[in-house]
Design a protein around this ligand. Structure first.
Ligand code: MN
Length: 197
């Protein structure tokens, strides 16, 4: 059975400063994300053992565990990819820009909807930009890691708004963190995710 592993980052923990403090990145990647990898592997192993008759399981509980931890792992994998060192004038590349304008009218309209979604997630969760096979885009809120997901759409940009993603740097000021996020969006990688079919 194929086990999941914690991905290496393409940058250092300190590279996203001052938008995201080094200590947040350190804990977020090596503790929180690692925890979801471990949780997803444990659920997959449990299901494999049940399949081979080695053990009886509470299927509903294990599947809930799998959904939470596997989505947690996958969302963080995307999250790390769509960030880079901060830049002041950080504008989207041509193809992603065109797709966003087509779907949302303008880049500011997209940014406002995405930021509003991120700021208003109830409790822990994410805002995500999702695209389907026809190139239709929607912004969605994801509660925790797995609730309110949309079938048939892929995530190409997401922001983690769990407190572990910003509290050490921003305390309760989630809005400030969301507004600064635009400085570190790696539009080149968002465009790559868009083009991957
Ligand atoms: Mn997180």
């Amino acid at each position: 059975m194929k086990l999941l592993t914690l991905p290496k980052l393409d940058y250092e923990y300190s590279d996203l400063e001052p938008v995201i403090p080094k200590r947040i990145m350190e804990l977020h990647h090596s503790v929180h994300h690692a925890g979801y990898v471990k949780g997803a592997n444990s659920a997959l192993e449990t299901l494999a053992k049940a399949r081979s008759g080695e053990m009886e399981i509470n299927v509903k509980a294990v599947m809930k565990d799998l959904s939470f931890n596997l989505n947690g792992h996958l969302l963080h994998e995307i999250f790390w990819k769509v960030m880079k060192k901060p830049v002041n004038e950080n504008t989207p590349e041509a193809k992603i820009k065109e797709a966003l304008e087509k779907n949302f009218g303008s880049i500011p309209a997209f940014m406002k909807e995405f930021a509003d979604a991120a700021k208003s997630v109830e409790g822990s969760g994410w805002a995500a930009l999702m695209v389907n096979a026809d190139g239709d885009m929607v912004i969605t809120q994801i509660e925790k890691h797995n609730l309110m997901s949309i079938v048939g759409y892929r995530c190409i940009l997401c922001i983690d708004v769990w407190e572990h993603a910003y509290y050490l740097g921003y305390e309760n000021r989630r809005g400030e963190y969301v507004d600064k996020f635009w400085q570190i969006v790696n539009w080149e990688n968002v465009e790559k995710l868009l083009m991957q079919k």
